[in-house]
Ligand binder design. Structure first.
Ligand code: ATP
Length: 305
């Protein structure tokens, strides 16, 4: 994970909220439902199921308890999404290191199709986080263009980029970035509050997002009462609560074992299906790449292949 992401998480961690009474509830058993998915979605779901079964320790009965929940009672309004969502052309980014210039991105061309799962792979230091930061408007390119929903993103001033980020983009980090004193419910609610969404819609939306990630029954647990995979799912619910069109995830499975990593991928596919979100994530894990719609390989600041 890159320095900017770390800095951002450090900032998030500074927010202090009142402690809430802890209520312990029994573990949630998510239901398994009928799927209306398109054949390609079904194939990917099948691969995930296979992965989860292969990776499940022991020979016991299949554990469906923490699988993502199917459609909840509340379904978000369908919306028109511009396709392609993001087009990156000739992007170059350098940093001053002492008296030298370090060119980290050396002319990146990339297209993110709407409602797809895109993975960025590459060795440490190849420039993945730097590129993700540009996609999310946390940084600007020295050269090249970034079109977000058909409009120039790279030329927006700080204020407009912050506004676009607040409304249209969600971020997920390797180390969850949850507020430790708040319950899962309160963590997700906070993101609606910060996005300026009217209070009247909070409850339904928070419950829907936690249901979508399979944690409806643990919404009053605080982060330390949840496993790493569960904490990451709360972080995902938090990142989608304000209905972004683009979700950027910097190594979201790096801290998790393979089975939990596969669960996160299943959650991502469900979010794309239900919420019409495009997800771009970085990863080093070859086992999860097969569920991507597209994998971009980064080598020394360039996209290969
Ligand atoms: N603000 C900065 N100033 C100087 N160098 C930077 C800055 N941001 C990134 N770099 C350098 O750019 C290179 C690429 O960093 P980046 O974090 O994008 O790589 P990465 O592919 O995400 O790596 P990892 O997989 O380890 O997270 C590294 O050599 C890093 O030190």
């Amino acid at each position: 994970m890159g320095w900017l992401a770390n800095r951002k998480q450090a900032r998030t961690g500074l927010i202090d909220e009142p402690e809430r009474e802890n209520t312990t509830e029994p573990d949630g058993q998510a239901e398994t439902g009928q799927s209306n998915d398109a054949p390609e979605e079904r194939k990917k779901a099948g691969r995930l199921k296979g992965m989860a079964l292969k990776l499940r320790p022991g020979k016991g009965k299949p554990q469906t308890g923490d699988a993502p929940a199917p459609a909840a009672a509340y379904v978000p309004e369908p919306r028109e999404v511009v396709d392609p969502l993001l087009v990156i052309s000739g992007v170059v980014r350098s940093f001053d290191v002492g008296s030298n210039k370090l060119q980290v991105l050396k002319g990146i061309d990339m297209t993110l199709r709407a409602n797809s799962l895109i993975m960025l792979r590459g060795r440490s230091g190849s420039g993945k986080t730097t590129l993700l930061n540009l996609m999310g408007g946390l940084d600007q390119p020295d050269e090249g263009e970034i079109l977000f929903q058909g409009k120039p993103f790279h030329t927006l001033n700080d204020e407009n980029r912050t506004e676009a980020r607040r409304k249209e983009i969600g971020f997920i980090f390797q180390s969850y970035a949850l507020l430790p004193l708040l319950s899962a419910y309160e963590n997700v609610e906070l993101s609606l509050r910060m996005a300026g969404i009217p209070r009247s819609g909070w409850k339904t939306r928070v419950e829907h997002c936690l249901d979508l990630v399979g944690l409806a029954k643990r919404m009053h647990h605080r982060p330390f009462e949840l496993s790493g995979g569960e904490q990451q799912r709360v972080a995902i619910a938090k990142s989608i609560a304000h209905r972004p069109v683009l979700l950027l995830a910097d190594e979201p499975t790096a801290e998790l074992d393979s089975q939990m990593g596969a669960q996160i991928m299943a959650v991502f596919r469900e979010i794309i299906r239900q919420e019409q979100v495009t997800i771009c994530m970085t990863t080093h894990d070859p086992t999860i790449m097969e569920v991507a719609d597209h994998v971009y390989q980064m080598v020394d600041g360039r996209i290969q292949g």
